[in-house]
Design a protein around this ligand. Structure first.
Ligand code: GLN
Length: 192
């Protein structure tokens, strides 16, 4: 399987390493032509404003929107913000996923945290029972999901941290920074 990782800014190398671990090929995407022949795309964490500005500069906005129509796309943290239809401030967004996000919802870098999540779909898809240990770094929350988007996971206080809309996936946290490959496995199942 050939999966692209948007490599404009952020921790794309960690996603590529995880894909390799699962036997998939991770391809760095910097230009529209790099999307050719891919079965899915991951948009990494980093700084969503920077990713958006660079995507505009490299004429990637429309090609990415077209790709997302009929391919699996997964945004982690800043990537989830970039996929959203609304981030409550002016910045370039793909607006392909019916989620509204709030950036830096948990505070500053020092307020980064980890949490165990129970994600039924993930356990089912990977035939496992243990919780998913998630890493949050200046993470957004998904304030609301609309249309066909549904909640995949929320914190005990109800704040949404993962959502899915058909073949589109958004997570507030960073599965590429853990040893647990189940989320990448789940994404590969959406892409295949
Ligand atoms: N705070 C960043 C943003 O708003 C996201 C942080 C991350 O991707 N770890 O874009």
């Amino acid at each position: 399987m050939k999966i692209g990782v948007l490599a404009l800014q952020g921790d794309f190398a960690e996603h590529i390493a995880m894909l390799k671990r699962l036997g998939a090929e991770g391809v760095e995407v910097r230009l529209p032509k790099h999307l050719e022949g891919l079965q899915g795309l991951i948009i990494p964490g980093g700084e969503s404003t920077t990713i958006g500005k660079l995507a505009v500069a490299y004429d990637l906005m429309e090609p990415l929107r077209a790709f997302a129509k009929d391919h699996a796309v997964w945004g982690t943290c800043a990537g989830a913000i970039f996929l959203s239809k609304d981030a409550r401030r002016e910045q370039p967004l793909l607006k392909v996923m019916d989620i509204t996000v709030q950036r830096n919802a948990f505070g500053a870098q020092v307020d980064s945290f980890e949490a165990d999540l129970d994600i039924a779909e993930l356990k089912q898809a990977t035939d496992t029972t243990h919780p998913y240990h998630a890493v949050f770094i200046r993470a957004p929350i998904i304030e609301s999901v609309g249309g066909d988007a549904r909640i995949l996971s929320a914190l005990p206080d109800g704040r949404i941290v993962a959502a899915q809309e058909g073949h589109l996936l958004a997570t507030s946290f960073h599965p590429e920074l853990t040893n647990d490959a189940r989320f990448h496995k789940y994404f590969l199942s959406l892409a295949s």
